[in-house]
Design a protein around this ligand. Structure first.
Ligand code: FDA
Length: 303
C-alpha cells in the first residue's frame, strides 16, 4: 500500500515542485543523488574511487520532449565525460544513459544517433557506456541499439530485467556482452513479466547462470542479500575471478554492503545519479526501501 502510494506520488508534478524546493527534500536527495551538476557528480565519483568503488554516472534531466532537448542531453553527457577524463577517473567511472533521455519518444532514429555520439565521447574519454532498460515495449529497441553500438564500441553495456519472461533467452543471446542484470523497475503486465518476488528471484538466478556461463562481463545489480550471496557462490562455481564480473548497487543504498563486497576483492560499481530532476528517482528509491515512512518522517522532523 505504502509502496503504491509513494510510486503514485513519484508521478505528481505538484509534489515534485513542493519537495524539490523544500530543504528536507534536498536533504533526503543528498543521500541518493550526487547533486545538481557535473561538478557534484565528478566530486562524489572521486570520493567513491578513493574508497575503492567504481561508478556509473547518470544525468537526471526533465523528460525529453523535443529534438533540441535531446541534443542538450547528449551535450550534457559530453561535458560529463570530459570532466571524468580531466579528473583522471576514466578507469573507475563510466556513464549510464536512457534512450528516452536521448529523445526516443520524439524520434527513435535521433535517439540512436545521439547514443552513438555519447559512446564516441566515452571512448574519447577512455571509458564506456551502459544503456539502461526501460518499459518492456522498448526492450527490442534498446537491445537492437546496443548490438549496433557494439559494432564500433564493443564495451557498450546493456541492462536486462529479470522480471521479464523473455530475459533468460536475452541473456543467452547477449552472453558475450557487458550485461547489467537487475530485477526491473517498471510496472509490467503478467503477459510479459513474472509477478511474484519469488518468481522474479528465480528468474534472476537463471539469468545469472546464463551470463556467468558465457564469455561476457556480467554486472550483478541488486541490493538483495540472498541474490548477492548466490552470485558470489555461482561466480566461484563458474571460476570467475575478481575483475571478470562486478556487483552494482545504487548510491546511498546499503553502503556497508558496498564496502564489504569491495573489501572482499570484488569490483563494485555504484550507480551515481546527478541533476536537478531527482524527485521521481528519489521517490522510487523510497518506495523500494523498507521503513521509508520512518525515513521520510525523520527527514521531515530534522529539517
Ligand atoms: P529488492 O527491491 O527486492 O530489495 C532487496 C533488499 O535490498 C530489500 O529488502 C532491502 O533490504 C534492500 N533495499 C532495496 N532498495 C533499498 C533502498 N532504496 N534503501 C535501502 N535498502 C534497500 N531497473 C530497470 O528497470 N532498468 C535499469 O536499467 C536499472 N538499472 C539499475 C542499475 C543498478 C546499479 C541497480 C542497483 C538497479 C537498477 N535498476 C534498474 C533497478 C532495479 O530493477 C530494482 O528496481 C532495484 O534495484 C530494487 O531491486 P533489488 O534487486 O535491490 O531488490
Amino acid at each position: 500500500m505504502l509502496r503504491s502510494a509513494i510510486l503514485a506520488a513519484s508521478r505528481s508534478a505538484r509534489l515534485e515542485s513542493l519537495v524539490s524546493k523544500a530543504p528536507f527534500g534536498r536533504d533526503v536527495a543528498r543521500r541518493f543523488v550526487a547533486g545538481d551538476g557535473v561538478a557534484d557528480a565528478v566530486r562524489v565519483a572521486a570520493e567513491l574511487a578513493a574508497d575503492g568503488l567504481s561508478t556509473t554516472v547518470e544525468y537526471l534531466g526533465a523528460p525529453t520532449t523535443t529534438e533540441a532537448h535531446a541534443h542538450a542531453v547528449r551535450d550534457e553527457y559530453g561535458r560529463l565525460l570530459r570532466r571524468i577524463a580531466e579528473a583522471g577517473l576514466a578507469d573507475s567511472a563510466e556513464v549510464s544513459v536512457k534512450l528516452s533521455a536521448l529523445g526516443r519518444d520524439v524520434d527513435e532514429r535521433l535517439a540512436r544517433e545521439l547514443a552513438r555520439d555519447v559512446c564516441a565521447a566515452a571512448a574519447d574519454a577512455g571509458t564506456t557506456v551502459t544503456v539502461d532498460m526501460e518499459e518492456s515495449a522498448t526492450t527490442d529497441l534498446v537491445i537492437d541499439t546496443v548490438e549496433k553500438l557494439r559494432g564500433d564500441h564493443p564495451s557498450t553495456g546493456v541492462a536486462l530485467q529479470a522480471y521479464l519472461r523473455r530475459t533468460e533467452a536475452d541473456c543467452r543471446e547477449l552472453a558475450g556482452a557487458r550485461v547489467r542484470l537487475c530485477k526491473g523497475a517498471y510496472p509490467e503486465p503478467e503477459s510479459v513479466a513474472w509477478q511474484t518476488a519469488l518468481e522474479v528471484d528465480k528468474s534472476f538466478v537463471r539469468c545469472l547462470n546464463a551470463l556467468l556461463a558465457g564469455p561476457g562481463y556480467p554486472m550483478v545489480a541488486t541490493h538483495d542479500a540472498r541474490l548477492i550471496a548466490i552470485a558470489e557462490d555461482r561466480a566461484r562455481w563458474f571460476d570467475r575471478a575478481a575483475g571478470e564480473f562486478e556487483f552494482q548497487l545504487l548510491y546511498g543504498v546499503r553502503p556497508a554492503e558496498q564496502a564489504r563486497l569491495a573489501a572482499d576483492g570484488h569490483t563494485v560499481r555504484v550507480y551515481l545519479p546527478y541533476g536537478t530532476h531527482w524527485y521521481g528517482y528519489l521517490a522510487r528509491r523510497l518506495a523500494e526501501r523498507p521503513g521509508s515512512a520512518a525515513f521520510l518522517g525523520r527527514a521531515l522532523t530534522n529539517r
